[in-house]
Design a protein around this ligand. Structure first.
Ligand SMILES: C[S@@+](CC[C@H](N)C(=O)[O-])C[C@H]1O[C@@H](n2cnc3c(N)ncnc32)[C@H](O)[C@@H]1O
Length: 279
């Protein structure tokens, strides 16, 4: 994507959970536009500018949380790729993320491969708007249709991301996906995020971000201690790591993050970022 096309792509083709990818993209792009932004993501800015959509309907999108989450996933993927430079990153529910380009720009040797798995309308937009690469493959299907796993060459390592996905699945679907990834990819790793249980309960019927937008229901969540238990309940998981969030912008914000991550008192009210090691 070198410049913003004159004819924009229609964003209204995305509905339901897929529409939320426009919101997270918009938040990252707004953050990237700031002179003191925490994320360097020119492609996210160009992507927003290339999509014809009423982004204002999402309400307040000048916040740093989604950029922080993206940076957290980038950091762990880069850490894995530093050890396994020819590995495949599988981005489940990648939406309109631009992680491949951000990570590739950091110079990791250009040997890693990328598999995007998302629903057909998202993949169609990605094909239209993002620059192709012979290292990127796209699967236009549900992550719950496990046939995408047949496309992964696991011989050089696999890092699976589920950024902003599992909360939208039914509990048995989310657990089934984790279980199958652990079974199929020994030696690989999987990272996912989940909102705190109270938030998920509140958002169960769909949370309003504005008068015109309601986020779809989030039926699945885990507390940090429930996530830690996965090592005992899911065959093939050999370690579970509760990941800290990277520092964001602002002293008060960072002090709050620091406190919530260190005091068990806040375990049930903080989001969970989990890294699973398989094998
Ligand atoms: C909140 S967005 C997250 C997008 C992206 N990962 C991000 O962080 O910006 C949720 C994404 O999940 C995708 N999605 C929902 N159900 C899915 C499924 N069963 N399989 C694959 N993707 C799915 C949607 O199309 C959408 O792209």
């Amino acid at each position: 994507m070198t410049s913003t096309p004159t004819v924009k792509a229609d964003g209204t083709v995305l509905t339901g959970v897929s529409e939320t990818a426009l919101m997270t993209l918009c938040v990252r792009a707004n953050e990237a536009r700031r002179p003191d932004g925490i994320i360097d993501d020119p492609m996210a800015i160009r992507l927003v500018d290339s999509i014809d959509f009423d982004f204002a309907k999402f309400g307040f999108t000048r916040r740093q949380d989604m950029a922080l989450r993206a940076l957290g996933f980038d950091t762990m993927a880069r850490r894995y790729l530093a050890e396994y430079p020819r590995a495949t990153v599988v981005a489940l529910a990648e939406g309109l993320q631009t992680s491949f380009y951000r990570i590739d720009a950091r110079g990791l040797g250009g040997q890693f491969r990328w598999l995007t798995v998302d629903l057909p309308p998202i993949i169609e937009l990605r094909r239209k708007l993002l620059p192709p690469s012979d290292r990127v493959t796209m699967c236009a299907q549900s992550a719950l249709d496990f046939s995408w796993m047949d496309q992964v060459d696991a011989s050089d390592g696999v890092f699976i991301t589920a950024e902003g996905l599992l909360m939208y699945l039914q509990p048995e679907e989310a657990m089934g996906l984790i279980t199958e990834c652990a079974r199929r990819f020994p030696g690989g790793q999987m990272m996912f995020d989940l909102p705190p249980a109270w938030f998920a309960a509140w958002a169960r019927r769909g949370m309003r971000t504005s008068l015109r937008y309601r986020v779809p229901p989030m039926p699945f969540s885990l507390s940090p201690s429930q996530a830690a238990e996965l090592v005992n309940t899911v065959p093939g998981i050999r370690a579970v790591h509760d990941l800290p969030m990277p520092a964001g912008r602002g002293r008060v914000f960072n002090a709050l993050l620091w406190t919530m991550q260190r005091l068990p008192l806040f375990d049930n009210v903080r989001p969970v970022w989990t890294l699973l090691e398989f094998g």
